[in-house]
Write a protein that binds this ligand. Structure first.
Ligand SMILES: [Zn+2]
Ligand SMILES: [Zn+2]
Length: 597
């Protein structure tokens, strides 16, 4: 990972959102607090109104300014308001997907029409089918020029017209509500909300008749602001949309007004005051399920809570794990949700030593036990909490780091179920709002209609599996190990995944297929990619040791018939035993296979 000094050198251009190398002589800084880089400062004042520094590409700044008559050019005050209005509320899970829509707008924007007249005709482009338009935009995206003159310029104009910036509005829940929306990065956001019709002439507004007894307000939100509002009475079920998060604001009879935060372009949130500002519940679905206090590990607060539905159609649990769980996905095939989860994970894995751990379910298998293993005597966030589940078939899986045998006494377990709870129909955890943000609160949802056939109070033991203690040559710390395991009896064939990006770790994982139709997973599987090889049992594996750092890895997987059985100093072939358990340990730059009786 980069040092913090390296990271500090990179900032985003306010106008095109691309990274700026701040050492680049052509980049310019609008400074209100830090005058170190004297020669490139665009503006500075001794008594800053707002403490922030804005970066521009010189070319972006010049392109934008050249599109205005001299007297109409935006002031630095406007740029500063614009920066505050579009500043993300938190890091989005997939920050790199937004530029296509912004580029598209630039292609068909009024302010680029005249400039591109010689080379591009908007009328012809608009006549193309949307699929073709989309392909063209994909080719040229991201285009700084089009983003600056299209979307950015439109929003700066809108900000000027609104005239009132960064304020808190009061909305009466007993009156009609009017809403206007603004497009940004391909999504529509609420840009105005009022009890009287909004005056802006060129904007469509929506009129909402509110129910007489409002029980809840559901805000569809993301890192920019509010996309949609649902005012619900007790009869109405909220609907979901494409938003990543839903804020659930519970309303009482005594609540007459709500307070709306507006930053000049977008409505950022909506809150109730009852003596104090109340925080909403934030979930990845608009109608979160009920749970009991004991179904949760860690204190619940207003952080974002991701819900994972199990049950019908579920093929397995895919988890992104490091020192704790970073993300969990209920795998139902290569769905849109899987692709979005995978994009998040790929970006994370590029810069962070996390692992993708997959646990496939067998036919009619349900989860009947869940525990959190955590280090004793430290705060939840530092306790490396690991989720351990036990299924109706007695299979046990852990999502999170496996403790060293010597440290066994420093861990304990909290059961997430009590006798009388139903089987587990869903999981939830906090996180997934930004890179490398670990989840240290997690919980389970029980289905009271399906009682647990065989309830186990005490946690299943995984102590017999001894994590190899391997020191990382990079940090001199022990490598965090993740456990995946499978029975050896009845293996029919294996499918093998390799990762060609890393020459040091050619084999990343196996799916094992059994005579009885079951499937098990070892190591890391990239479910959206085809397996590289399929080999019928009996199977041989080759243990390897990397010269650099002396770290073990899986060097080869072969059918017995074709096994070269060569032996030399740093490799060793081994035929899979016919009984017992195969364990695949995976850690940063380490993959190691062990066998247990
Ligand atoms: Zn730029
Ligand atoms: Zn300054």
């Amino acid at each position: 990972m980069d040092s913090s000094e390296d990271e500090a050198r990179w900032s985003l251009c306010l106008l095109c959102r691309e990274e700026i190398d701040t050492e680049d002589e052509t980049a310019i800084l609008e400074c209100t607090k830090d005058c170190r880089i004297k020669e490139r400062i665009l503006y500075c004042e001794d008594f800053p109104i707002r403490i922030c520094s804005l970066w521009f590409h010189k070319s972006c700044y010049q392109i934008l300014m050249a599109s205005y008559k001299k007297s109409k050019r935006p002031s630095l005050e406007i740029f500063r308001s614009f920066a505050a209005a579009v500043e993300p509320l938190h890091t989005p899970a997939n920050p790199f997907l937004a530029d296509t829509a912004s580029t598209w707008e630039g292609l068909v924007s009024h302010s680029t029409k005249r400039i591109m007249a010689g080379i591009f005709r908007q009328e012809l482009f608009m006549r193309l089918p949307v699929e073709i338009q989309s392909m063209i935009v994909d080719r040229i995206s991201p285009c700084r020029y089009l983003i600056v003159l299209g979307e950015t310029r439109r929003l700066i104009e809108q900000l000027r017209n609104v005239g009132w910036i960064e304020c808190e509005l009061v909305l009466n829940l007993k009156q009609t509500v009017y809403v206007t929306k603004t497009k940004y990065q391909g999504n529509l956001y609420i840009s105005g909300v009022s009890n009287s019709p909004l005056e802006a002439v060129d904007v469509d507004q929506e009129r909402l008749e509110l129910p007489i007894c409002i029980e809840k307000i559901i805000l569809s939100v993301d890192h920019i602001g509010v996309r949609r509002l649902q005012f619900l009475d007790h009869n109405t079920v909220p609907s979901s949309d494409d938003s990543p998060w839903y804020e659930i604001v519970d309303i009482q009879d005594s609540d007459v007004v709500v307070h709306v935060r507006f930053d000049g372009l977008f409505v950022r949130n909506l809150r109730i005051f009852r003596g104090q500002r109340l925080q909403p519940r934030i979930w990845s679905l608009p109608d979160p399920p009920d749970y009991n206090d004991w179904n949760v590990f860690g204190t619940l607060d207003n952080r974002h809570r991701s819900y994972v539905k199990l049950g019908a159609g579920i093929q397995g649990i895919l988890a992104c794990c490091a020192e704790s769980i970073i993300g969990i996905h209920g795998f139902r095939g290569l769905t849109k949700e899987y692709k979005s989860f995978n994009t998040f994970m790929e970006q994370l894995l590029d810069c962070y030593p996390a692992k993708r751990i997959f646990f496939p379910f067998h036919v009619n298998e349900v989860i009947q036990g869940a525990w959190v293993r955590r280090r004793i005597g430290c705060e939840a966030r530092y306790s490396s909490p690991t989720l351990i589940i036990r299924t109706s078939l007695g299979r046990v899986m852990s999502f999170g780091p496996h403790p060293l045998a010597a440290l066994k006494y420093t861990y304990d377990f909290q059961s997430l179920l009590k006798r009388g709870d139903g089987t587990i129909s869903g999981l939830f955890y906090d996180g997934m709002t930004s890179f490398a943000e670990h989840s240290f609160r997690m919980g389970v949802i029980c289905d009271s209609n399906h009682p647990i056939a065989e309830f186990h109070e005490s946690e299943p033991s995984l102590e017999q599996y001894l994590a190899p203690s391997i020191e990382s040559f990079l940090t001199q710390n022990l490598v965090t190990m993740h456990l995946t395991k499978a029975p050896l009896e009845g293996i029919l064939k294996v499918r093998i995944w390799r990762d060609h990006r890393y020459s040091c770790l050619p084999f990343t994982g196996l799916l094992l297929y059994y005579e009885n139709g079951n499937i098990e997973s070892l190591g890391q599987i990239r479910l959206h990619e085809d397996f590289e090889l399929e080999i019928m049992a009996p199977i041989c594996i080759e243990h390897g040791v990397r010269t650099r750092g002396n770290l073990p890895f899986v060097k080869g997987v072969h059918g017995s018939a074709t096994c070269p059985r060569s032996r030399n100093e740093d490799c060793e072939w081994q035929t899979l035993p016919l009984q017992g358990t195969i364990v695949w340990w995976t850690g940063y730059l380490v993959d190691k296979i062990d066998f247990y009786e």
